[in-house]
Design a binder for this molecule. Structure first.
Ligand code: SAT
Ligand code: MN
Length: 590
C-alpha cells in the first residue's frame, strides 16, 4: 500500500508516523483508522461492531448503552505460558518470567504477522496512562486489528487526541502492536521488550493479553521504567476512607486474584460506620511517586475497570451493581431472553430461556456454568457511584498505608502491621494465597505471589525487592505497611471473619494505627490489634472470634517459615540479604 490515509494529528510525531507506516507495510490492512476518542467515533465503532456481530446490544431499557461480547472459547483468560519478557540477557527477566531472545522473537512475530491485517482495519489507538497533565503520566499507542480491543481501550484508558497532544512532536511513547491472527492458542504470544518500550501481542483478544495498556504496559513495562526512574508501578487498588469529620486517609492494597480486590476498592461501609464514606481511586493498578512533601503519592493510570462478573451482587458489591447498569461491555456472561445479563452469584434467579456464555441454551442445575468463571465487565470509572473526586487529579493522592493480602485458611492473622518498611517488604515478598477448588482441584496449596506481582513484574523478582528497599530509604514519610487475611477459618471450617463491607472494621484499625490512636500487641510476626481494638458494634461476632482470627500459632508458623524460605531460595541470589534477614529474625523471635 503506497500511501496510507492518515490524520494530520498523528503525523506531528515523526517516529509515530514512521512506526505506523512500518507496521502497515508488514501487516497490510485495507484501512488505517486513527482514533480521536470522540463520542461520535465511538458511536460509529459500536454500530460497526454490532453489524459484524462482534457485539450484541442489550435491552435499551434494562441496560442502556450496554453490549455483550462472546470471545472465542479458547481465549478466555491470560496465558502466562505464552507471556515473555524479551530482555537482551536472560537474567534480565529473572527466574519467574519466561524469556526469549529479542532478535529471534521480533523475527518470529514479524513472520506470523506478515499480511495478517489484509481485509481488515488497523486502528491506531493513542492513549494516556495517568491523568492529563500529571508528572506521573505516560503515553502509549496500540495498533490493533480488533474493534473489540479498540472499543475496550476507549473505556479503559484516556484515549484519543488528548494522548497525541500530550505526545507532541518529540515525545516518546510505548509501542504496542496487537494482531489477532487466527486466535489460535498455538500462535499466541504476548512479548515485552522493556529496552525498546515495546509490546507485541498476537493470537489473543482477551483483556490482559490484548489491552496492552493494562498488565503489559502499566505493570510489566512500567515496573522496569519505575526501577530506572525511581518510582513504583504496583498491582494495587487505591481507596480513600473519609471519616465523619471529613478527613480522608488513602490506602493502596495488593491482593492476588480471588481475594475480593474489586470489592475492597468499592467497599460500602456497614451501618455501624455511620458518616464514613469510601471512595475508589483505582481498582487494579497504582503508580506511586515521592511527592514534594516527602509522602508517597499515587495515581490510578487507568480510566476504566475490567472486573470479574461472577460473584458480583448487591451484597458483595452494591456499588458495582449500580455501575454496571449502563454503558458497559460484558464479555462471556449469560444472556437472558429479555436482553439482560446474568452470572453465577448475581443473586437473582435466571429466567427461562437464558443462554450461556457461548450462546447455547442453558438450564440451571445441569452442571455447566451459564457465565464463564472469568467473564468480565468493562466499564468507565466515571460509572462508579463511589468514584473519588481525586481519581483524575494530576497530583494523585497521598498514601498513608500499604496493605498486602492473601487467602489463607490458617496461620496468617486477620491483620498484622509491619514493624517498619523493611519488615513490610519481607511481608510482601513472602505473601501467598491458597488455591481454591475451582482453580486447580487441589485445595489449600499455598502459592507465593510477592506483592501480587509475580505474573506482572517485568524484571527479576529479587531485584524488584531490592527496588522496594531502595524506595523505602528514599521516602522521607513512608506509608505504614500491613498484611490482611479475611479468609482465616475455625477448626470446624467456618470463616472467622464476615468479610465484605465488614472489612471496614479492619481498615478502621489501620487508619487509627496510622494516626497513632489504636493499640497493638507485639508478636514475632508483627503487630496485631490489642483485644477490644477492632470495633465490633452491630456484629454477631465476639472478641473471642477476633482473638482466634489473630492468634499466632507457633507450629503453623514453623511450616510457614520453611515454605517462605524455600520460595526465596527458588528466586535465587538476587534476593536481598535484608529480606532473608527479616525471615531469620522472625525465626529467632519465636
Ligand atoms: O486482563 S487482566 O489481566 O487485567 C485480568 C486478569 O486476567 O488477571
Ligand atoms: Mn489485576
Amino acid at each position: 500500500m503506497a500511501s496510507l490515509p492518515r490524520k494530520t494529528t498523528g503525523a506531528q510525531n515523526q517516529s509515530l508516523a514512521q512506526w505506523v507506516d512500518e507496521v502497515a507495510r508488514l501487516t497490510r490492512p485495507d484501512r488505517v483508522h486513527w482514533c480521536d476518542g470522540s463520542e461520535s467515533e465511538r458511536e460509529r465503532l459500536l454500530s460497526e461492531a454490532l453489524a459484524s456481530k462482534v457485539l450484541v446490544a442489550l435491552d435499551r431499557n434494562r441496560r442502556p448503552g450496554c453490549y455483550l461480547h462472546r470471545s472465542n472459547p479458547n481465549d478466555v483468560a491470560r496465558t502466562e505460558d505464552a507471556t515473555f519478557i524479551c530482555t537482551p540477557r536472560k537474567e534480565g527477566a529473572g527466574p519467574t518470567n519466561n524469556w526469549s531472545d529479542p532478535a529471534q522473537t521480533y523475527e518470529k512475530l514479524s513472520e506470523w504477522s506478515e499480511g495478517s491485517m489484509v481485509g481488515r482495519t488497523m486502528y491506531v489507538v493513542p492513549y494516556l496512562l495517568g491523568p492529563a497533565g500529571s508528572r506521573f503520566t505516560k503515553v502509549g499507542v496500540e495498533l490493533t486489528d480488533s474493534i473489540y480491543v479498540t472499543l475496550s481501550m476507549g473505556v479503559m484508558t484516556r484515549m484519543g487526541s488528548q494522548a497525541l497532544e500530550a505526545l507532541g512532536a518529540m515525545g516518546d511513547f510505548n509501542r504496542g502492536l496487537h494482531c489477532t491472527l487466527d486466535c489460535d492458542p498455538g500462535r499466541r504470544l504476548i512479548c515485552h521488550f522493556p529496552q525498546d518500550n515495546t509490546i507485541w501481542s498476537v493470537g489473543s483478544n482477551y483483556g490482559g493479553n490484548a489491552l496492552l495498556s493494562k498488565k503489559c504496559f502499566a505493570l510489566r513495562i512500567a515496573s522496569h521504567m519505575a526501577r530506572e526512574e525511581g518510582w513504583m508501578a504496583e498491582h494495587m487498588l487505591i481507596v480513600g476512607l473519609q471519616s465523619p469529620q471529613g478527613e480522608t486517609t488513602y490506602v493502596a492494597a495488593a491482593f492476588p486474584s480471588a481475594c475480593g480486590k474489586t470489592n475492597l476498592a468499592m467497599l460500602t461501609p456497614p451501618p455501624a460506620f455511620k458518616g464514613w464514606r469510601v471512595f475508589t481511586v483505582g481498582d487494579d493498578i497504582a503508580w506511586l511517586r515521592i511527592g514534594p512533601d516527602g509522602r508517597l503519592w499515587a495515581v490510578n493510570p487507568e480510566f476504566g475497570y475490567f472486573g470479574v462478573a461472577p460473584g458480583t451482587n448487591a451484597h458483595s458489591n452494591p456499588n458495582a451493581m449500580r455501575m454496571l447498569e449502563h454503558n458497559t461491555i460484558f464479555t462471556n456472561v449469560a444472556l437472558t431472553p429479555d436482553g439482560d445479563v446474568w452470572w453465577e452469584g448475581i443473586n437473582t434467579d435466571p429466567p427461562q430461556g437464558t443462554v450461556d456464555w457461548q450462546g447455547r441454551p442453558w438450564r440451571a442445575g445441569q452442571g455447566d456454568k451459564a457465565a464463564h468463571p472469568n467473564s468480565r465487565f468493562t466499564t468507565p470509572m466515571t460509572n462508579n457511584p463511589a468514584l473519588s473526586p481525586h481519581a483524575d487529579d494530576p497530583k494523585g493522592v497521598p498514601i498513608s498505608a500499604i496493605i498486602f493480602g492473601g487467602r489463607r485458611a490458617s496461620t496468617v492473622p486477620l491483620v498484622i502491621e509491619a514493624f517498619d518498611w523493611s519488615h513490610g517488604v519481607y511481608l510482601g515478598a513472602t505473601m501467598g494465597s491458597e488455591t481454591t477448588a475451582a482453580a486447580t482441584g487441589k485445595v489449600g496449596v499455598v502459592r507465593r505471589d510477592p506483592m501480587a506481582m509475580l505474573p506482572f513484574c517485568g524484571y527479576d523478582m529479587g531485584q524488584y525487592f531490592g527496588h522496594w528497599l531502595a524506595m523505602g530509604r528514599k521516602i522521607p514519610r513512608p506509608p505504614k505497611i500491613f498484611m490482611v487475611n479475611w479468609f482465616r477459618k475455625d477448626a470446624d471450617g467456618s470463616f472467622l471473619w464476615p468479610g465484605f463491607g465488614e472489612n471496614m472494621r479492619v481498615l478502621d484499625w489501620i487508619i487509627r494505627r496510622v494516626n497513632d490512636s489504636a493499640k497493638a500487641d507485639v508478636t514475632p510476626v508483627g503487630l496485631v490489634p490489642r483485644a477490644g481494638e477492632v470495633m465490633l458494634d452491630h456484629l454477631d461476632i465476639t472478641e473471642d472470634h477476633v482473638r482466634r482470627a489473630t492468634v499466632i500459632d507457633r507450629t503453623e508458623w514453623e511450616v510457614e517459615l520453611d515454605g517462605q524460605q524455600e520460595f526465596l531460595t527458588r528466586l535465587g541470589d538476587t534476593v536481598p540479604a535484608e529480606v532473608k534477614e527479616q525471615l531469620s529474625r522472625v525465626r529467632r523471635a519465636f
